[in-house]
Structure formats: structure tokens, C-alpha cells
Design a protein around this ligand. Structure first.
Ligand SMILES: Nc1ncnc2c1ncn2[C@@H]1O[C@H](COP(=O)(O)OP(=O)(O)O)[C@@H](O)[C@H]1O
Ligand SMILES: [Mg+2]
Length: 270
């Protein structure tokens, strides 16, 4: 594909099996630069498996993955990171007892070989400065980057986790249920952050059970059902009823209740 339509990531005919279970069968999926793609489907539809295939946690059995039009092998998380694919999981992997700066730079502390504590201290100041810049740039409202993450709201924690994923300057960010368990205001903050990622030209894949959130933020809505593609819709050209029909496999006339898909998933993500 040409650079104008900016296909960042493309899965072609991808399948993934877990023993007898075909979690993904022959899936074609794309995300472009400056696009938010919502990945929706019922529990067990294969959403997390798709996210994990992109993230290098699950190696695909069949098909191929292209990154910026080049076939690539993603067989481990570092492979994905090196390409510029970042994933934020629902269980945020933040350390509650560390502050925002420490969480942002965890595992990538800017410590040079130097004499004693001086260089360390300078790096600490630098990390704090970069933390401020990053959060300010993303318009993330965190009053004190030295507050422990454990004391923060779910919305702030999610924003820290997303900000953290951006430090490696990825081209694609995958968010697995970023608004599950958040209140209305916090959800709005996280969705606003997702829109800013789009403005920066990133490709964003957002997994969500909440169709109100999906329609609020997505350019395209990709539906999985039982591991297969069940629809790929331009968000402005579809509605909740049509998406619910695709998710359930029932026709709109049967009247599945859209409200059922706007509840938070029970018992966390599978
Ligand atoms: N690590 C695994 N081992 C075995 N089966 C799995 C594993 N991960 C997912 N599955 C199965 O694959 C299917 C898709 O799961 P998943 O991708 O988690 O769905 P979703 O995220 O859409 O709820 C389900 O049948 C699930 O039980
Ligand atoms: Mg899941």
C-alpha cells in the first residue's frame, strides 16, 4: 500500500490455534496512520488473542503480518517493540508503590556510567523533566509526578500506562479495554487521550465492550465473532444496532438489546 493511505499494520489470513480451539481463523485486519480502529466482539471472540499476536505474545500459526508494507515476523514482545508496536494491557502493569516518573521509566532508567551519585541524580532530574514534557504534550492532567501511582484514580493510572507506552515512540498502540472499570469522567479523559494519539498520526487499536465509547472514538469498527471477521465498518456509516448484530450473529430484526453490550465486562477480561 502507498504511503498516503499509510497502512501501518496489516494482518493477512492470520490464524491462531490453542489445541483444538481456533481462536483466530483467517483474519484480515489493518490499521492506518491517524486512525482509531475499535476491535469488538463477544467474550471469547478472539480480541485479546489478536492483540497478543500483534504484541508478540502469541506467535501466529498461519498467515502473515506486514508492518509498513513489509512482511515481518513477530515472535516475541521485543520484536513488536522494535517495529514500533506498543500494547497497554487491562491489568496495567504499573507499580503502585512507585511514583509516576519511576513508572514511566521503569526498565529504561536513564542511568549512564558515571562517578557515584552525581550522574544518577542528574538523570533523575532529566527523567522528571521528560515526564513533565510527555504528560504535558499529551495534556494528561497529573498534578504531581512524584505521587505514588497507587494513590491515583483509575483514569489517571490508565493515562500513565498509555503515556508509558509512548516513550519508545511507537507507530501503533494497542489498548486492551482501556476504559473498563472507569467512571464516566475518567473514561472521557482516556478517550480524549486516544484522540490525541490519532492527531499525532499513530494507529490506535482499541478493544472495548462499550459501544458508546467505541462510537465516541473510533474511525473504524472491526467485529470478531468466534475467531472470524464478522464485519469491518466505517464508524460514521454504521450504528450500534448493526454492530450488535455483527457481534451476536443475529439479524437486527431479532432485536438484540444493545444495552447489554454497553455494560462493563463481568469479572475482567478473558
Ligand atoms: N492462552 C490460551 N490458551 C488456550 N486457549 C486460549 C488462550 N487464550 C485464549 N484462548 C481461547 O481462545 C479464544 C479467544 O479468546 P480471547 O482472545 O481471550 O477472546 P476475547 O478477548 O475476545 O474475549 C477463547 O476460546 C479462549 O478460551
Ligand atoms: Mg479479551
Amino acid at each position: 500500500m502507498s504511503p498516503e493511505n499509510g497502512t501501518l499494520l496489516a494482518l493477512q489470513g492470520v490464524s491462531k490455534r490453542f489445541g483444538p480451539v481456533e481462536a483466530l481463523s483467517d483474519v484480515d485486519f489493518e490499521v492506518h496512520s491517524g486512525e482509531v480502529v475499535a476491535l469488538v466482539g463477544d467474550n471469547g471472540a478472539g480480541k485479546s488473542t489478536l492483540a497478543k499476536a500483534i504484541a508478540g505474545i502469541h506467535e501466529i500459526d498461519d498467515g502473515q503480518i506486514l508492518f509498513k508494507d513489509e512482511p515481518v515476523k513477530i515472535t516475541s514482545p521485543p520484536d513488536a517493540t522494535k517495529l514500533g508496536i506498543a500494547t497497554v494491557y487491562q491489568d496495567l502493569a504499573l507499580c503502585d508503590n512507585l511514583d509516576v516518573v519511576e513508572n514511566l521509566f521503569l526498565g529504561r532508567e536513564e542511568i549512564e556510567d558515571g562517578v557515584g551519585g552525581l550522574v544518577r541524580e542528574l538523570d533523575e532530574i532529566d527523567m522528571e523533566k521528560r515526564s513533565h514534557e510527555l504528560l504535558e504534550n499529551l495534556a494528561v492532567t497529573i498534578t504531581n509526578v512524584r505521587n505514588e501511582v497507587g494513590t491515583m484514580s483509575g483514569g489517571q493510572r490508565q493515562q500513565v500506562a498509555i503515556a508509558r507506552s509512548l516513550l519508545g515512540e511507537p507507530a501503533v498502540v494497542v489498548l486492551d479495554e482501556p476504559t473498563a472499570a472507569l467512571g464516566v469522567r475518567q473514561t472521557a479523559q482516556v478517550l480524549a487521550l486516544v484522540k490525541r494519539l490519532r492527531e499525532r498520526g499513530l494507529g490506535v487499536v482499541i478493544i472495548s465492550h462499550n459501544l458508546v465509547d467505541v462510537f465516541e472514538v473510533a474511525d473504524r469498527i472491526y467485529v470478531l465473532r468466534l475467531g472470524k471477521e464478522a464485519g469491518d465498518y466505517v464508524a460514521s456509516e454504521t450504528d450500534q444496532q448493526e454492530i450488535v448484530s455483527a457481534i451476536t450473529g443475529l439479524s437486527g430484526n431479532v432485536g438484540p438489546d444493545t444495552a447489554a453490550y454497553n455494560e462493563e465486562p463481568k469479572g475482567g477480561q478473558s
